[in-house]
Design a binder for this molecule. Structure first.
Ligand SMILES: [Fe+2]
Length: 154
């Protein structure tokens, strides 16, 4: 299944992602890893589908595209294209300015147990937390690329 998804994303160019990290009140970072080098862009829309911004990076394998000028406590959608091919996207909500309650998940030590890791991720998906906090030991051996690929596929 992973192979067919990669093929649909443009001849296997996307290795990991897109995924988001470092979500703040006014910004978010979109990550994508491609092989070989590609130029990727991120298009951001508001909740009504209005296009707000598009950020394009230089050709590389590890894309770290920071989107700024977002409003706090708002929901956005994003889509990523790498050299003309849609490679995925999703939704996120910026952190609110208020003291409103929020739910988050802390997890870690996924290491070398992909079955257990998959079960935990499915449970997290059912809860739709506001953010995740990883405590580390994400993979068994950080120098082994296949460990990371398995982690990101899950
Ligand atoms: Fe550990």
């Amino acid at each position: 299944m992973v192979g067919s998804v990669a093929a649909a994303r443009g001849e296997g160019a996307v290795r990991k992602g897109p995924y988001i990290q470092n979500l703040t009140r006014n910004s978010v970072t979109v990550m994508v890893e491609t092989r070989p080098e590609r130029s990727c862009s991120v298009l951001v829309r508001d909740a009504r589908g209005q296009q707000l911004q598009r950020v394009t990076d230089r050709p590389s394998v590890m894309h770290e595209i920071v989107l700024g000028d977002l409003e706090s406590g708002h929901r956005y959608s994003y889509s990523v294209q790498c050299e003309g091919a849609d490679v995925g996207g999703g939704e996120f909500a910026t952190a609110p300015d208020s003291d409103s309650p929020f739910m988050f998940v802390v997890f870690g030590d996924s290491r070398s147990m992909p079955g257990a890791h998959s079960s935990v991720i499915e449970r997290i998906r059912a809860e739709v937390p506001d953010f995740l906090l990883g405590t580390g030991d994400l993979v068994n051996e950080g120098g082994i690329e296949s460990d990371w690929q398995t982690f990101f596929e899950i």
